[in-house]
Design a protein around this ligand. Structure first.
Ligand code: IDP
Ligand code: MG
Length: 139
């Protein structure tokens, strides 16, 4: 994946609450181009692998339960400085600390159920995008 791309998931809580449209609107309005997107559901094995870096954290089991309980929207987004700009758009992990107007401030319920994922580096964006999409699904 090119380095002007990032990977996102609209997490199960955001999908359950009917926030897909509003969040995508904000993503588009912030200048990101959607280059891959689908509604999908992660298996337990998928979520354990995706979040393997957190396997020793006390919230790992809760995180895997949450991320597998319903469908997510997975997407790859393109924009200059995509990784950093998208992390700014989504806000802090804990919505209580997130800046006004950020996606997590607007739509997240808690530090665990925080509505949206954003890759934390170009390297992880490429790994995470490839985890969810085949080459022919990226445009
Ligand atoms: P990030 O999503 O902002 O990059 P990470 O620290 O990478 O945050 O954590 C991954 C995900 O794990 C978070 O988005 C959130 O869903 C969950 N999480 C992080 N910290 C906690 C916690 O203290 N309690 C419960 N869930 C957490
Ligand atoms: Mg992270």
């Amino acid at each position: 994946m090119r380095t002007d791309r990032t990977f996102t998931m609209l997490k199960p809580d955001a999908v359950e609450k009917g926030h897909i449209g509003a969040i995508l609107e904000k993503i588009n309005a912030s200048g990101f181009r959607i280059v891959a997107m689908k509604l999908t559901q992660m298996t337990t094995a998928d979520a354990k692998e995706f979040y393997a870096v957190h396997s020793e954290r006390p919230f790992y089991g809760e995180l895997v339960e949450y991320m597998t309980r319903g469908p997510i929207v997975a997407a790859i987004l393109e924009k200059e400085n995509a990784v950093e700009d998208f992390r700014t758009l989504i806000g802090a992990t804990n919505p209580a600390d997130a800046a006004e107007g950020t996606i997590r401030k607007l739509y997240a319920a808690s530090i665990g159920e925080n509505a949206v994922h954003g890759s934390d580096s170009d390297e992880n964006a490429a790994i995470e995008g490839a985890f969810h999409f085949a080459g022919r699904e990226m445009f």
